[in-house]
Ligand binder design. Sequence first.
Ligand SMILES: C[S@@+](CC[C@H](N)C(=O)[O-])C[C@H]1O[C@@H](n2cnc3c(N)ncnc32)[C@H](O)[C@@H]1O
Length: 216
Amino acid sequence: MTQANYSSNSYPQPTTKRRVDSGGPDFYPTPRWATQALVDHESFKGTVWEPACGDGAMSEVLEENGLRVFSSDLHVRGFGKSGVDFLKYDTGVWPNIITNPPYNLAGEFVLRALKKSEKKVSLLLRLAFLEGAARQQNIFQKTPLARVWVFSERVTFYPKGEERASGGTTAYAWFVWEHGHVGSPEIKWISLGRKPGSRKGYKSPLGKKLTLSDLR
Ligand SMILES: C[S@@+](CC[C@H](N)C(=O)[O-])C[C@H]1O[C@@H](n2cnc3c(N)ncnc32)[C@H](O)[C@@H]1O
């Protein structure tokens, strides 16, 4: 499948490689617990558009939490409406937009989502999305970023059905833009113990509890 829809040079690429994408360009279903963490920390009024829904991994968790969700994707994934290019297709304005966008179109998705929503935009992005001169100028200086929810336990992406407890190599966060928000964004942390298989009460490899000096 061609990757012609991707503007690969507009934003810096990740420094770590993901596993081979056997399901088409940039298709890694979001683990359920990562979506659940968003709805446990943020409230959403009105309907949601999930515009890069993949196989529905994120939409299903949103719906299970009582949200009404319209799901679409550029590719045929067997879920939602396919053939919908989020960057071009006009479905009007929705109350909320929530997704895990293709990482090399993240900046474009942010700007498009803000145009196509009236309440909140929540995107699961690499924490490193905060960096970069182009993003600083074109996104953060101009858009109402309200909160960044940093995952205390790393989100690990695997092909469908391979959710595992192993640690990830890339830090992710939920970035939440809120129309009408004024001022600096808040940084918050998603509570521990959400990732399947995660240990409650972190200990050092030697078995003793971590102290502040271990972290310096
Ligand atoms: C990282 S996957 C995320 C899938 C799903 N949101 C999830 O969290 O499990 C990104 C999805 O974006 C879709 N995609 C890529 N370019 C797109 C575009 N221009 N418009 C809509 N969807 C797109 C891909 O087909 C893929 O399913």
